[in-house]
Write a protein that binds this ligand. Structure first.
Ligand code: GLC
Length: 561
């Protein structure tokens, strides 16, 4: 086994605190709920958990609108509850990664309230991006930028005398004003926030909208057609600007100061980690974020957005490994999170082999095929967990949860739905509370009515139904994670096998001594293919009389090893 630091190969499980476990019965998950369920993660076999925001927030964007970076929202508990969570996780050998949201604050943050009160030209306004409007009376937004949640990225303020005032920038909801990263005070504040949570014992950060902080000088108009495609973010004035890399160089140095402060827990492998959420393409631009003196990881969203087709997946894996490898970084794989449709749902869409649409769907959309979706999702996960590098799992995917695709409009909470005038369903479908039991009002999520209704099919997917059940998705994940750890798959290198049948991905994983430790095959054709010689270590579905059925992945021990 190699001596590589944990973050180069860790499997990290994302907990969305609103939806994991509700201890106090208010219908929303909380920190004591999470602590009470941590054994599930230890049993699953992951290395770490990442918590989406639990900070003080009006919850206009599920907590990604932070009003106090240094405290727990009473909805989720207290700082003492957070300490208890970290302590329990560490006792179980699980590292704890938390979110940091540096691109914007909530409009309820004291800084923004002070900025509104202080007026144009004040140092308080200089922490955000306030500008006069265009046109004679300033009634046009300062530029043409659009919010990621639809509508203009600018909102006009009202002066104390009631007359219209300056505009402020918000790349997301109007309740999420962007901070101005040309202001040293902003740098100092966020660095102090990092130290605050490091001092609470956290093991790393997931950096929200990591590519958004720095905007192009002069805030020029954007080519909006380009913004839509997401594939050349480096050409847009609000994303992936060169100055953002300076921020991460400083942050890397900051977290390195904490190396070795918890050797009692982690021995030599005592490193803190930074993972950027950067929707940046091409892969070369994304790799710039993980140069040796910047972030440790960035999510590889290209993989998640790849159609379910052998040629496309192979190209995506190759490109990702080559680009990260060129800067000496590990690759970081992910298939689901709180912003995209779950892969069990996406891969059941009729167009899944052609496009990888990640937006959530609602009752008026074509419904996915749940059986096909889960079958492919299991195969996709088995492929992902074999790949060299680190991997992220999203809560409930180990249960095979699909999205709730029939949530009625009245219950939707994602600001995307309202801001798009109802044309975009939004992300609530993947955020539905997790079922812990097969009956009861919220399927064991908590004693109260859950904040989003669960679909009826969740009852059969509760862990109690799956634990120990042959062929269940939970047992598949447990086995994948155990074998991955035993064979050290995260630290291997990948070689494609020659002579694979068409539409079959076939690869070999080789350890640092050049010894092949496993072979992986994913059959994306529509007919079974012969299984190779060698012991089957794990398969994502039933094998068909010595053959590998379509939409199935198998790990084998190479013959003779
Ligand atoms: C990130 C988060 C998302 C949030 C947005 C604005 O993309 O993952 O949930 O809405 O940032 O903070």
């Amino acid at each position: 086994m190699s001596n590589q630091p944990w973050w180069r190969h860790a499997v990290i499980y994302q907990v969305y605190p609103r939806s994991w476990a509700d201890a106090d019965g208010d219908g929303l998950g909380d920190l004591p709920g999470i602590t009470s369920r941590l054994e599930h993660l230890a049993d699953l076999g992951v290395d770490a958990l990442w918590l989406s925001p639990f900070y003080v927030s009006p919850q206009n964007d599920g907590g990604y609108d932070v009003a106090d970076f240094r405290d727990v929202d009473p909805l989720f508990g207290t700082l003492a509850d957070f300490d208890a969570l970290v302590e329990r996780a560490h006792d179980l050998g699980l590292r704890v990664v938390v979110d940091v949201v540096p691109n914007h604050t909530s409009s309820e943050h004291p800084w923004f309230q002070a900025a509104l009160a202080a007026g144009p030209g004040s140092p308080e306004r200089a922490r955000y991006v306030f500008r006069p409007g265009r046109g004679d009376d300033g009634s046009e937004p300062p530029n043409n930028w659009q919010s990621k949640f639809d509508g203009p990225a600018w909102t006009r303020t009202t002066d104390p005398d009631g007359s219209p005032g300056e505009w402020y920038l918000h790349l997301f909801d109007s309740s999420q004003p962007d901070l101005d990263w040309t202001n040293p005070e902003v740098h100092a504040e966020l660095e102090s926030v990092l130290r605050f949570w490091l001092d609470q014992g956290v093991d790393g950060f997931r950096i929200d909208v990591a590519h958004g902080l720095v905007k192009a000088d002069g805030l020029p108009d954007a080519d909006l057609a380009l913004d839509e495609t997401r594939d050349r973010s480096s050409l847009l004035p609000m994303w992936d600007q060169p100055g953002v890399h300076d921020v991460y160089r400083r942050w890397r140095a900051l977290v390195e100061e904490y190396r070795g402060t918890q050797t009692a827990l982690w021995g030599e492998d005592d490193d803190r980690m930074l993972c950027g959420e950067a929707w940046v393409q091409p892969a070369e631009a994304l790799a710039a974020y993980v140069r040796p003196d910047e972030l440790h990881q960035t999510f590889n969203f290209s993989f998640l957005m790849t159609p379910w087709r052998a040629d496309a997946l192979r190209a995506s894996v190759d490109d990702a490994l080559a680009r990260a490898g060129a800067v000496g970084a590990p690759q970081t794989w992910v298939l689901s999170n709180h912003d995209v449709g779950r892969h069990a749902t996406r891969l059941g869409r009729s167009d899944a082999t052609q496009v990888a649409e990640v937006e959530g769907i609602g009752p008026h959309d074509e419904q996915p095929d749940p059986v096909l979706g889960l079958r492919r999702a299991r195969a996709a996960t088995a492929l992902m967990l074999a790949l060299p590098g680190s991997a992220y799992l999203y809560q409930g995917e180990e249960l095979g949860l699909p999205d709730h695709t029939r949530l009625p409009d009245e219950v939707l909470q994602d600001p995307t739905f309202a801001r798009s005038g109802g044309t975009r369903h939004g992300r609530d479908g993947c955020r539905v509370p997790v079922p812990w039991a097969s009956d009861g009002p919220s399927l064991g999520f908590g004693p109260g009515e859950p904040w989003l209704p669960q679909p009826p099919e969740y009852a059969d997917l509760a862990p109690g139904r799956q634990r120990g059940a042959e062929g269940s998705t939970l047992e598949l994940y447990r086995r994948l994670l155990r074998v991955r750890r035993e064979l050290g798959l995260g630290t291997t290198t990948l070689a494609w096998l020659p002579d694979a049948p068409p539409d079959v991905l076939a690869l070999r994983l080789v350890d640092a001594d050049g010894v092949p430790v496993a072979e992986v095959r994913t059959n994306l054709s529509d007919a079974p293919v012969p299984l190779p010689a060698g012991e089957v270590l794990v398969a994502s579905g039933d094998l068909d009389d010595g053959r590998l059925p379509s939409d199935t992945t198998v790990w084998t021990r190479p013959a003779g090893s």
